[in-house]
Design a protein around this ligand. Structure first.
Ligand code: SME
Length: 164
């Protein structure tokens, strides 16, 4: 049964993230492949929160160094490439800092892949050596869907999953 359909999910967002962090770690304990890990994280998080409308990774393209290319995602068609510094994902990659945007239409340079997205959170993803490998992007159709609780838990999950 999908996580979304379970009736034993904690109502509290932080508790739900904490439970998911354990479930993600358990699901990935024997799988080293990075793309498989990214695809699994996307699926499990996307399934757990109704607020998640588009959920996915943009990977640092090693051939370019300063450009992101779309990776595993759940949702409608995402744009394929984003230069560092462009839009919310590009800002997170360039600054290596989580971006929480309450209204994407007010964000300078926001890239509208789907006009139904109204708010967004983007978390940098680093490997064990501290090198930026990707950003994790979640969009919502609600305004101001993401806050410090999402940032804290998504940062923790990304660290536990990819900085190992
Ligand atoms: N809105 C993002 C682009 C990626 S998509 O939303 C899938 C941005 O401005 O970075």
């Amino acid at each position: 049964m999908s996580y979304a359909a379970r009736d034993d999910r904690p109502a509290d967002k932080a508790e739900r993230y904490a439970e998911l962090a354990g479930e993600i770690a358990a699901a990935l304990s024997a799988e080293p492949d990075r793309i498989a890990r990214m695809a699994t994280v996307c699926s499990m998080l996307n399934d757990a929160f109704e607020t998640y409308f588009w959920t996915g990774f943009y990977l640092v393209d090693p051939a370019k160094g300063d450009e992101l290319v779309v990776g595993p995602y759940q949702g409608t068609l995402g744009c394929l490439r984003i230069a560092f510094g462009r839009g919310v994902c590009g800002a997170a990659a360039r600054e290596r800092r989580t971006q929480i945007v309450e209204d994407v239409h007010a964000f300078p340079g926001h890239i509208a892949c789907d006009s139904r997205s109204n708010s967004e959170i983007v978390v940098p993803v680093v490997d064990a050596a501290g090198k930026l490998i990707a950003v994790f992007d979640v969009d919502s159709t609600a305004f101001a869907a993401f806050d410090a609780v999402d940032a804290e838990w998504l940062e923790r999950i990304m660290k536990a999953t990819f900085a190992v």
